[in-house]
Write a protein that binds this ligand. Structure first.
Ligand SMILES: *Cc1c(COP(=O)(O)O)cnc(C)c1O
Length: 874
């Protein structure tokens, strides 16, 4: 029978165990092991049946059982204690509260996806997981974040395999009432809504769900509401569902609707308005347009509103792959804005924000990353190398500047340790060192763990993974049509004593899922080595529209189907958080072989590292800055790189050949010998590989594991990342924002007028002539060089500009390598807008020396010299 109507009945708990309700609804349980242990202890079978979902679990426990629980004094006490612990967690001052009044009162964080827990599947991959970890660490550190996103009716797809290894996608629909969400309601009880006008007199309405991620509220907009037509209801149907208009409407809802939702939330909850707006990738970029609209509705001009909005906006770019950036047709944007999305804002100004007005840009396109950069005074990439790559990639927006001056910094990603560290490791820390939570512990304690304890722990983690792998392989084969009788072999898939390599990620081409298959015979030999074998666990989803990705998965699956190797290499369908939590800890080595430098950061290797896994990776993303020779291995890249730039010496095929060969060499000559100990076991073959490592322990390997835990641990933690964001971006942005808005936005208005004046007058600015005095025919170190620059400023004033001499080592092409700069001072007003500026520089190094002079606009309200993209070079 099919129900004609459905609703979810909320459990009413007896008073003594009432805290269970908030323990279940606040997602803090997802990284607080004592809370999940409580649920498991209450009713192990029901906990398992709920899929470890506290909301579902509580809903499934009968009234009678609940009343019995309420009679158990010990349990009641435990529940009360954990409830009190949660209250304290939610209210006590934490790190952020030590920063003082100048830190922003609240920070808004926008992301199209959030990977917080398996029970809230609202993510597709790294970007979402990172956002989830950002919120959790913000909560742990007391950072007053308010997060904004969309609630997708089907989340991302679930992956299964066909008989012949082709990816199959399903989109199970979620019932928001069964998720850890609360609908935001007006005081009269009606659901709060935000509205956006759409073309042809249509309207997009959305309700707002709130998830509590510890201390951080996450607001999720949901367009599946009565009053919307079917098309509008479908806007939040799935994550990255359609292309074109569907995608654009999702992003309009996220950005513009998101700011409106924030305003509703401020009104209903009495929370402080955000003083900083952070957009995680370009998808939410329209939030800046909405904020400009708010200001222009109140009578501000475009330039002032833009200046004020930019002052406290932070933009994080995540992709060095141009195809990974959202682009729309300019005509699409015009079409949607013509409906009155932002009536006070001239549509041409909006269009200009996303215009690709640089060499190689497409004049018909509207680029979300470009808009992100134009709307944010501060921007960053997600690893040091990615910062460099981004400065190069977007340098067209700052013509005339060196790439190193492009105002995009970097904050290297991190992972939320309590979410990703295995409970076994926490238990070890608790038993050995008496510390309650692993993320507060002193990481260097790892050196005090005995080799025996560490080796045994790593084996337990590997065994746990293998149990999970066998279960998943069986389930996958049943779905592929196999019968139980055919599946006896799955009981012996993988071996808890064999070196285990993990590789799991989304499957865009640049990540090279199938690089390991480059030489199948060689891989096979490694898998089946008589004394030093290895085993491999692979997982990954391909974007549904990416045929090439699906073909790579199929190639891999076909390889793993071979009866000769299927006990040593597996592909697990449906990579997600639930799988990842067992997979990362269980692998001894985490493999990553992207095409450098296309991996912005990557975080899965970090999750491996905090569990004592060693990384084996191309020097890309985070690994490029954190590999130190003792914490894993670097797979050499075939093509030489200089800074961020790769010189294409080899074509793609040769490059794959060379890098795959380097990977096999490392596995054969470095990784496996170290894991199994230097001495080959006496009776190779007869004793079998499982006895190999048990005699004497591989101390060199364990040393690397300890070093990884102790030194990579704190460096890759999301707490480090959050502190970096707060100190390098949120606080400066908050201060710029406050300065800009003080006294009725006086400073923003003044700065906007100044910018207009500078832009209008800049074409007349030039360096006419430079004299240098003091250089002899035989210049030596220690010589002083007096520089006199004759500069025409046209209508601008000397205090509007900085005249700089940049000097240093001159390369063969006359480029200055890492130039130093010295500001020249105005020495003489020559009339008619002409001035002489002078200063002295010292020559401090031998060899080719060069200098140049340039004029830049300067103002206290600018965050960097390059900000306006204006420079007059000699
Ligand atoms: C960590 C993680 C990712 C991202 O990993 P990358 O290394 O950035 O590719 C994707 N999916 C899941 C389920 C994860 O846990």
């Amino acid at each position: 029978m099919k129900a004609i109507r459905r609703f979810t009945v909320r459990t009413v708990l007896p008073d003594s165990i009432a805290p269970l309700s908030k323990l279940a609804s606040n997602l803090r349980w997802s990284w607080h092991e004592p809370t999940t242990r409580l649920f498991a202890d209450l009713d192990p079978a029901a906990w398992k049946a709920s899929g470890h979902d506290p909301v579902k679990f509580l809903g499934s426990v009968s009234r009678g059982s609940l009343e019995r629980l309420a009679q158990d004094a010990g349990l009641v006490q435990r529940i009360q204690d954990l409830g009190a612990d949660l209250d304290a967690y939610l209210t006590a001052p934490r790190w952020y509260q030590t920063l003082g009044e100048d830190a922003p009162r609240a920070v808004a964080y926008f992301s199209p996806e959030y990977g917080i827990s398996a029970v809230l599947p609202q993510y597709s991959g790294g970007l979402g997981i990172l956002a989830g970890d950002h919120l959790k660490s913000a909560s742990d550190l007391g950072v007053p974040l308010i997060a904004v996103g969309l609630l997708y009716q089907a989340g991302y797809f679930k992956q299964a395999l066909s008989r012949d290894g082709w990816q199959l996608e399903t989109y199970p629909v979620l019932d928001p009432n069964g998720l850890p969400l609360t609908l935001l309601r007006e005081e009269d009880g009606t659901p709060a809504r935000v509205n956006l006008p759409l073309p042809n007199n249509r309207r997009l309405s959305a309700q707002i769900w709130r998830a509590d991620v510890g201390r951080v509220p996450l607001l999720l907009l949901d367009s599946d509401v009565t009053g919307n037509d079917d098309a509008a209801r479908g806007i939040t149907d799935r994550l990255y569902g359609g292309g074109g208009d569907h995608r654009l409407q999702q992003e309009l809802l996220l950005g513009m609707g998101g700011v409106k939702a924030l305003r509703v939330y401020e009104r209903l909850s009495g929370t402080a308005a955000p003083e900083v707006f952070h957009t995680n990738e370009g998808h939410a970029g329209f939030l800046g347009v909405e904020r400009i609209r708010e200001l222009m509705d109140n009578g501000m001009g475009w330039e002032e509103a833009l200046t004020a909005t930019r002052a406290n906006t932070v933009f994080t770019t995540h992709t060095p792959v141009p195809a990974g950036i959202d682009r729309f047709d300019q005509s699409q944007i015009r079409h949607f804005f013509s409906a009155g999305l932002a009536q006070s804002v001239p549509t041409d100004k909006v269009l200009a924000l996303g215009a690709e007005s640089y060499d190689g840009g497409d004049p018909g396109k509207f680029n979300m990353a470009v808009m992100g950069l134009r709307l944010a005074q501060r921007a960053n990439g997600v690893a040091k190398l990615h910062g460099k790559v981004s400065r190069e990639m977007f340098s067209g927006l700052w013509p005339g500047f060196d790439i190193s001056e492009v105002p995009i910094t970097s904050v290297t990603n991190g992972v939320h340790v309590p979410s990703w560290v295995d409970p076994e490791l926490t238990k070890l820390a608790r038993e050995k060192f008496g510390v309650a939570t692993v993320h507060d512990r002193d990481w260097s304690r790892a050196y005090e763990i005995s080799d025996r304890d560490l080796w045994d722990l790593r084996r337990r983690l590997r065994s746990n993974l293998i149990d999970d792998v066998r279960r998943r392989v069986r389930a996958a084969w049943r779905k592929r049509g196999a019968t139980d009788a055919e599946l006896a072999w799955t009981d012996n898939v993988l071996d808890p004593d064999i070196l285990t390599i993990g590789f799991a990620r989304r499957v865009p081409t640049y990540k090279r899922l199938t690089l390991m298959l480059r030489d199948p015979a060689r891989l096979k030999a490694l898998l089946l080595h008589p004394t030093h074998p290895l085993q491999v666990v692979v997982a990954g989803k391909s974007h549904p529209a990416d045929e090439q990705g699906k073909r790579m998965i199929q190639d891999l699956v076909r390889f793993t189907d071979d009866p000769e190797v299927r006990h040593r290499i597996v592909f697990l369908p449906n990579y997600d958080i639930a799988m990842a939590r067992t997979l990362f800890p269980g692998c001894d080595v985490w493999l990553n072989n992207p095409l450098r430098p296309l991996e912005a950061s990557g975080t899965s290797g970090m999750k491996s590292a905090i569990n004592g896994g060693l990384n084996l990776s191309i020097l890309d993303g985070w690994w490029d800055e954190m590999f130190d020779g003792g914490n894993g291995w670097a797979i050499p890249s075939a093509n030489p790189t200089q800074g961020a730039r790769t010189r294409e010496v080899y074509g793609p095929d040769q490059r794959d050949d060379l890098e795959a060969a380097a990977l096999y060499d490392l596995l054969e000559n470095a990784v496996t010998p170290m894991f199994y100990g230097k001495e080959p076991p006496a009776e190779a073959g007869s004793a079998g590989p499982s006895d190999a490592p048990t005699g004497s322990l591989p101390s060199e390997w364990l040393e690397m594991v300890k070093h990884t835990l102790a030194d990579l641990g704190p460096a890759v933690s999301a707490n480090r990342m959050l502190r970096d964001y707060v100190n390098q971006l949120y606080r400066p942005a908050g201060q710029s924002g406050r300065a800009a808005s003080a006294n009725g936005y006086a400073a923003a208005k003044e700065l906007a007028e100044w910018i207009t004046r500078i832009r209008d007058g800049w074409s007349a600015v030039s360096v006419e002539h430079v004299d240098s005095i003091g250089i002899t025919d035989d210049p030596q170190i220690g010589d002083q060089l007096k520089v006199q620059a004759y500069v025409s400023l046209g209508s601008l004033r000397p205090e509007d500009v900085s005249v700089e001499v940049a000097y240093g080592k001159a390369l063969e092409n006359d480029q200055l390598a890492d130039p130093r700069t010295e500001e020249l001072v105005q020495a003489e007003d020559l009339g008619s807008g002409r001035h002489m500026f002078s200063g002295t520089i010292g020559i401090e190094q031998a060899g080719p020396f060069g200098y140049t002079v340039r004029v830049l606009p300067v103002h206290a309200g600018l965050a960097s010299k390059a900000e306006l993209g204006l420079v007059a070079n000699a």
